[in-house]
Design a protein around this ligand. Structure first.
Ligand code: KG4
Ligand code: ZN
Length: 356
């Protein structure tokens, strides 16, 4: 190992990254993890806030209040399950951006208080950066260069990754995120929240060619995405049929046609990104990375090209503290430290990553 080998740095040390407690509260999942030597998850808890299902979407005020209530008990529980005392911890990591600012503030304030009380080094972790690397916990270090696709309820980002902190933004959505499109189309169909898993299941039983929906941005060069036109097209085809509930067969066909359009555009842009970068690996992250069609179609894309497809298990696709711990351990090892001025930042543009 050399000091220029940051991917391994967290794994072979007795420094600040050796036993890290990480906190994630950027959206509606409260999550805490304890990670040893940058690789071994000693504990990992995710409390999903199902209360948002009552409202068909995440309600920020309810999310931050739930984080406040859940976090102290989750941290305690994570330490118990990891069989670690606070005195054994070597560092703390917390998501500080991007996300819902009221939710982020809860995690950041908690982590700062703990860092001060326990006299532990603290690092702020970028949530999107953590998604870029979330396959590494299960798949090990990635070969570089890699392309990472982060697809969630708030983000659709395509990034060339050449190592920790070495990113080149290739594309992003110009409007709705892929998961947001799933959630909105599911709502229009009279289905529950979050819509992605429901539409994924229904799509498998429908006809993907039943409706000719637009494949957004495929006719244009570049690696950006757009999903709001697709959502509108679904609305237009349903309008003459009135309001939900719709016949089951119609819902299944809309689900299948919609999914074919979303996945088709994600896969086509991944193919372009692999061509342009000569990447040796494609890593997925974000809740939409759970999608079965997306996984299957990317497997078919990557296999013949000899590109390693790195898909995290569902628990590590969605928002989780394990990925925060992975990045946090390595940043702590590099000597990075957050001061008392560590603040939450809501937008990706203000979060310190090289977007654009
Ligand atoms: O990463 P995540 O848990 O939370 C954030 O948005 O940050 O992603 C949630 C999103 C939701 O929009 C949900 O509908 C979508 O991921 N999702 C899926 C699937 N599972 C979750 N979308 C398509 N297919 C799925 N199987
Ligand atoms: Zn996320």
């Amino acid at each position: 190992m050399t000091s220029a080998d940051p991917e391994r740095a967290g794994a072979e040390v007795g420094g600040a990254g050796a036993l890290v407690l990480a906190i994630e509260t950027s959206c509606d999942d409260t999550s805490v993890a304890v990670l040893e030597h940058g690789t071994r998850l000693r504990s990992h808890l995710i409390a999903a806030q199902d209360v948002h299902r009552l409202y068909g979407g995440v309600v920020p005020e309810l999310a931050s209040r739930a984080h406040l209530e859940l976090l102290p008990a989750l941290v305690e529980r994570a330490l118990v399950e990891a069989e670690v005392t606070t005195g054994e911890l070597t560092g703390l990591a917390v998501t500080h951006a991007p996300g819902l600012v009221g939710s982020l503030v809860v995690g950041v304030a908690f982590a700062k208080a703990w860092a001060m009380a326990l006299e532990l080094p603290l690092v702020g972790v970028n949530h999107i950066e953590a998604h870029l690397h979330s396959s590494s916990l299960e798949h090990g270090d990635s070969p570089w260069p890699a392309v990472a696709l982060v697809v969630s309820g708030g983000h659709t980002e395509l990034v060339e990754v050449r190592g920790l902190g070495e990113y080149r933004w290739l594309g992003a959505t110009l409007d709705d995120a892929a998961g947001e499109a799933y959630d909105k189309v599911a709502k229009r169909l009279g289905l529950g929240f979050p819509g992605g898993p429901i539409l994924d299941r229904l799509a498998a039983q429908g006809r993907a060619d039943a409706f000719d929906l637009p494949r957004p941005m495929l006719d244009r060069p570049g690696l950006d995405f757009s999903f709001s036109g697709l959502k509108t097209a679904v609305g237009n085809l349903l309008r003459p049929r009135g309001e939900p509930p719709y016949p089951d067969a119609l819902v299944r066909d809309v689900a299948a046609s919609f999914q074919a359009a979303v996945v088709g555009s994600l896969v086509a842009k991944c193919a372009r990104a692999l061509d342009q970068t000569g990447a040796r690996a494609l890593s997925l992250g974000g809740g939409v990375a759970c999608n079965r069609q997306l996984r299957n179609d990317l497997e078919a894309l990557c296999g013949p090209r000899g590109v390693a497809l790195r898909v995290p298990s569902p628990r590590l696709c969605a928002d989780n503290a394990a990925m925060i711990a992975w990045v946090g351990a390595r940043r702590l090892e590099r000597g990075e430290r957050a001061g008392a001025d560590l603040d939450a930042a809501a937008s990706l543009e203000d979060s310190g990553l090289p977007i654009g």
